[in-house]
Design a binder for this molecule. Sequence first.
Ligand SMILES: N[C@@H](CCC(=O)N[C@@H](CS)C(=O)NCC(=O)O)C(=O)O
Length: 367
Amino acid sequence: MHGRIEHAAVTRIRCSSRCASRLLATSIAVLAGCSAGSGAASDTAGGRAAEDGATLTAVRARGTLRCGIANAVGFATPDNAGRWQGFDVDFCRAIAVALFNDPEKVEFVPYTMQQRFSGLQSREVDILVNGTSVTISRALHLGFRFGPVYLYDGQGFMVARALKVTNAAMLGGATVCVQQGTTTELNLTDFARRRGITFRPVVIEDLRGAVAALAGGRCDVISQDGAGLATTRALLPNRADYVILPDRISKEPIAPVVRGGDDRWLELIKWVFWTPVQAEEFGITQRNVAQFARSSDPAVRRFLGLEPGITDALGLDPRWTYHIIETIGNYGEIYERHLGPNTPLGMPRGMNELWTSGGLLYPPPFR
Ligand SMILES: N[C@@H](CCC(=O)N[C@@H](CS)C(=O)NCC(=O)O)C(=O)O
């Protein structure tokens, strides 16, 4: 029997009044794109009016970067001293280091998944570094541009161990928590149709709500990006009672998002995100970067800004890559610090290994 998700049966757990008032300010164009996760067509979307170089000029004049993040363990959380830290946070800080040689010159703006695109479009932030997947409709309908994929992920499921479910095909009839305004919602519908399964989706506003709904038994299952599942598990009070199923039902290439029409800003973002990856490929770490600065290898010398002129067009300090590595580290260091096996998330590198180690990370040449 071919079941499908009945939208009339979808439960929507509503957001707080604070978040509701924010949502009121959201443009209809963006709401249309967000709520579907795929985006409805809109001529006004995406900040097409942005001028080339305008973002860089605005950030320089302000003296700080405004980075849109998602408040999630491992990716972006304030520590006990109130300082933001995490995988996404470190990439935001890398941009600030490139621009200002100062990782503190960032204002972090947390968004729910539903709010994120209007925040970028309204110029409240200069960039989103918040677990957003690259999709064609976000580029073509919402008019955004994506930097390099800095995390390769895919959607999965986590269930209560007591249910004794071992794979996603056994989930027919289950109540599944998903986050509003995400690709997760759409992929779940596709998966149900493809497999002839019926789910009862419970749509939740944010990560904390999703964790509470799962822990409180309002859903049997939670479906999220693999990283989201690891984050959720880290937040559950009784994490040993849950299992992450082996299925991955989608591709979720996670990349930074900027407004369309500002090629100069996009280009800067691309090379900043590739810097920690190229550093790892060369074997350059936070600790040994000073030794590498004495290298006679021409490719290393160009990369570290020791040969003049290579990245002058970006308008940065010639030693910007050096400063990023010195301050933030290489990709492997960032990953191990926030997401790797020795962290509460415990995520193996998998596809996020370098291409030289069987992964997908492949930075273009700095030449
Ligand atoms: N990558 C997908 C899903 C993103 C997503 O659902 N992220 C969740 C967890 S996996 C999140 O970061 N939530 C943080 C929050 O709600 O505060 C997308 O771009 O739509």
